[in-house]
Design a protein around this ligand. Structure first.
Ligand SMILES: Nc1ncnc2c1ncn2[C@@H]1O[C@H](COP(=O)(O)OP(=O)(O)OP(=O)(O)O)[C@@H](O)[C@H]1O
Ligand SMILES: [Zn+2]
Length: 801
């Protein structure tokens, strides 16, 4: 349920002293009595106001405003008469705040036309948008996110409404002139100068407003006579904001794929029927489409959307990162007239243009990454999350929201269904189907009766199978055979760079990032040693920086090194590498993937970005170089991530008539995650893993929150971490909530970007009491500015490092 979280409005509008915290708690804990708006007004203030500020409690129109910068509010302001009929929740306003000159931009979250204030309120100086950028439902969503994720509502607004929209990127204000025959009678016109007459006659005949530039071209005059007529009051004018020209709404589709509609399989039809029913019922329902790789989930999404478009509704489709899957994009663009694709490489003008298109109601389908969950479709009918298990749906900066959770909250407030889809659903979603919070729809088989590919595990501990390089004998042989048969290979290695450690064999020194306490990765292009956690980069030292021994060694395997090995082993094959180093430029994925589709590339190797969603029938072999890379991370999701990655990449083969096979190199072939992946056994894996999680009450059985405290000085940071966690413990004891607190302790990455870090993990069977405890404990927790320590609260964290 969505709740209005902001009912606490301290009146002091000057910034609090010091303290640049990244986290801030403006919101009342939910335990506080929450009545209707009128009663809420009464308990707004904690302290009695000083008598000289008291005014008779007469009725005034009051707007409650929040800010994205500290202090975040909410604060109350009086609404001047001039804007009374326009201001709404979701409007942006300029208001006086503290001693800042020129006013501060804020977001109105609540309007009370008959409010009562015991204080003299300052007035709103300006209403910034004629129409609010957020409708009431989105304002409720903002408040829910702010409350649940414990983030300032102003920051959530800024996340919801892209900055390009706030600044109207790519638009211009234009003035249009219009002539009214009542003002410009024949008599009056006759008395004008010849140029002015020409302008007046042209405009009268045109019957539509025109810009000065248009008029002067038509008439063949300067803009002077137009201005004069306007000054005399003979022309009326209006200002409009217009999009600059040159925007395209469709993408060049030339990926060589033909337009296909399929005869649905029985399980596709069954799933579709359920989805259509849910859409028609106009009720909220969460559905999980669990379909094995290659089972045709995308076709089900498209059919479901085709159905709801008939009722004039639109859909949002969230995907991990659309530039990685140009194929998916093409499929949607071929099947719908009006698609808006949002992606990270758009210019601000494009982003704004698409946002306006979506809001105008002309767009049927919005496809995009997590932020597309906020797309302002006026008649939203369905939200789909494809590859719903993907980690990119969680934002790792404030507000640290998860798009799945937000999608469900938004769907709840609108009474529409949510469709989650994956071959390897998150345990959260799987568990929801077991507890009745979501309905399970299954596509247990691949389309066209295609078999799942055979998976062979290669035990890298066995010497006979190993070689001097990264590729085992069985994998080498399989690649050779595949190329011989004119098939294509995909090789997955989840580490970029050339060598993952640079170490001196003489003194043992490891070249590390001075700011992050992590080893640097050697990149061969340009001979750079780079930190993958911050931007630190140096020329790779030719000798040991500690003992000057010249014979420094590169250890560990990255994709660049793998590429060198593959090219040496298979000199006649065309090899392409896909990782974030080679894929910097816009359009580079598209380029490599079309070359792969057309058969110009024999071996595609890369990081997990090649594991997602690709559908190429000629891929006969998938090799996983090191399946264990994520297995031993100190994270309760390590097994789940490994299972997902191996299953997903394995699913890229056997998608044509020639079948396919998978070779997985591993040092832990007996590990349940790897075993289950080799059998394509999601359900077996999920059920076992649920039992493991239950032992420690990890999600999905309970809720987890993580508090990260960071600062420039280690001791101070630790002291404040202890203090904060101590407060949380005290609050827990006071509220008698069942919360387990681990830490504070240094996380695996104990130093990041020059800051020392501590973290604490909080576990509770339910999210409500957990959130409440943190909110209360942190409410007036202030850190002196001189300590230079900040903390963040991460609700439902995905990242434990
Ligand atoms: N009913 C059908 N009959 C034949 N082919 C189909 C049918 N439905 C979908 N396909 C085709 O099957 C292929 C796989 O579909 P799709 O990519 O949607 O699978 P998926 O379930 O999303 O797989 P993954 O999870 O691996 O991405 C596509 O080429 C699609 O065009
Ligand atoms: Zn670093």
């Amino acid at each position: 349920m969505l709740t209005d979280a902001c009912n606490h409005a301290p009146h002091d509008t000057s910034p609090p002293s010091g303290n640049a915290m990244t986290h801030d708690f403006d919101h009342d804990p939910p335990h506080r009595n929450r009545g209707d708006d009128a009663s809420r007004q009464v308990d707004l203030f904690d302290k009695s106001p000083p008598p000289w500020e008291l005014v008779a409690a007469e009725e005034t129109a009051i707007a409650r405003v929040v800010f994205s910068q500290s202090p975040h509010g909410p604060y109350d302001y009086a609404i001047p008469d001039a804007i009374r009929s326009h201001i709404q929740p979701g409007s942006r306003v300029r208001v006086p705040l503290g001693r800042r000159r020129g006013g501060t931009m804020g977001w109105c979250i609540h309007v009370d036309m008959a409010g009562k204030s015991r204080h003299k309120l300052r007035e709103i100086s300006e209403l910034l948008d004629e129409e609010p950028l957020c409708d009431p439902a989105l304002v409720r969503l903002v408040l829910w996110i702010a409350h649940y994720y414990q983030a300032p509502a102003g920051q959530v607004f800024d996340t919801l409404i892209p900055s390009s929209v706030r600044s109207s990127a790519g638009t211009k204000q234009k003035t249009y002139f219009r002539a009214d025959p009542k003002d410009l009678t024949e008599e009056i016109v006759a008395g004008l100068s010849p140029k002015q007459q020409a302008v007046a006659r042209m405009l009268l005949a045109a019957n539509a407003p025109m810009t000065a530039a248009q008029i002067s071209i038509q008439v063949g005059c300067t803009e002077d006579p137009i201005r004069r007529l306007h000054k005399k009051g003979l022309l009326s004018s209006e200002r409009r904001r217009e999009q600059n020209s040159g925007m395209t709404t469709r993408w060049q589709i030339n990926d060589g794929e033909a337009e296909k509609t399929h005869h649905l399989t029985d399980s596709q039809s069954d799933a579709l029927k359920q989805i259509n029913q849910a859409v028609e019922s106009e009720k909220t329902k969460v559905m999980l489409l669990h379909g094995v790789t290659g089972s045709g989930k995308t076709e089900v999404y498209i059919r479901a959307i085709e159905h709801l478009v008939k009722f004039g509704r639109g859909a949002i489709v969230l995907v991990p990162e659309i530039s990685l899957t140009p194929q998916t994009r093409g499929r949607f663009e071929r099947r719908f007239d009006s698609v808006a694709v949002l992606h990270s490489q758009m210019t601000p003008a494009e982003r704004h243009f698409q946002w306006q298109r979506i809001r105008s109601g002309e767009v049927q389908v919005v496809i995009g990454p997590r932020s597309a969950v906020f797309a302002p479709l006026p008649k939203l009918g369905l939200i789909i999350i494809d590859e719903e298990h993907d980690g990119s749906f969680k934002q790792d900066t404030q507000p640290r929201y998860h798009a799945r959770k937000v999608a469900i909250a938004r769907a709840n407030s609108l009474g529409i269904p949510v469709l989650l889809g994956s071959a390897t659903p998150s345990l959260e979603s799987w568990h929801a189907t077991r507890t009745g919070h979501a309905e399970r729809l299954s596509l247990p088989d691949r389309v066209r009766d295609r078999a799942m590919p055979d998976v062979q595990l290669v035990d890298m501990r066995i010497k006979d199978d190993r070689t001097v390089g990264a590729i085992s004998r069985p994998l080498h042989q399989a690649v050779q055979e595949t190329i011989h048969e004119n098939g294509q290979c995909i090789l997955l290695l989840n580490r970029r760079g050339f060598a993952t450690t640079i170490q001196c064999p003489s003194c043992g020194h490891v070249v590390a990032c001075p700011d992050c306490d992590m080893p640097l990765t050697h990149h061969r292009d340009g001979g750079k040693a780079m930190c993958h956690y911050c931007d630190f980069c140096i020329a790779t030292p030719p000798w040991c920086p500690a003992c000057r021994f010249d014979g420094i060694r590169y250890g560990g395997l990255g994709t660049q090194k793998l590429e060198v090995e593959v090219k040496a082993r298979f000199p006649n094959a065309n090899v392409a590498r896909m990782d974030s180093d080679t894929m910097r430029r816009p359009g580079s994925h598209q380029k490599v993937l079309s070359a792969f589709r057309s058969g110009k590339i024999d071996i595609l190797l890369g990081t997990q970005m090649i594991a997602k969603g690709l559908d190429f029938p000629n891929v006969l072999l998938v090799g996983v170089i090191n399946a264990d890379s994520a297995l031993h991370f100190p994270d309760f999701r390590a097994a789940e991530r490994t299972f997902q990655l191996v299953t997903q990449v394995a699913g890229r083969t056997g998608r044509g008539d020639r079948g396919g096979r998978v070779i997985v190199q591993t040092y832990s072939p007996e590990h349940p995650a790897i075993q289950a992946a080799s059998r394509h056994d999601y359900i077996g894996f999920a059920e076992d893993e649920l039992v493991n999680r239950k032992k420690y009450n990890y999600p999905p059985w309970g809720s987890v929150a993580r508090i990260i405290i960071r600062g420039t000085e280690e001791e101070t940071t630790e002291r404040i971490a202890e203090e904060l966690v101590g407060r949380i413990e005290a609050t827990r004891d006071l509220l008698k909530h069942e919360i387990r607190i681990l830490g504070p302790a240094p996380p695996p990455i104990a130093r990041l970007r020059g800051k020392f870090r501590f973290h604490a993990l909080l576990q509770c069977p339910e999210s409500g009491p957990l959130g409440e405890t943190i909110r209360r404990a942190c409410q007036d927790f202030r850190i002196p500015e001189k300590d230079d320590v900040q903390y963040v609260v991460d609700i439902d964290p995905m990242d434990m490092l």
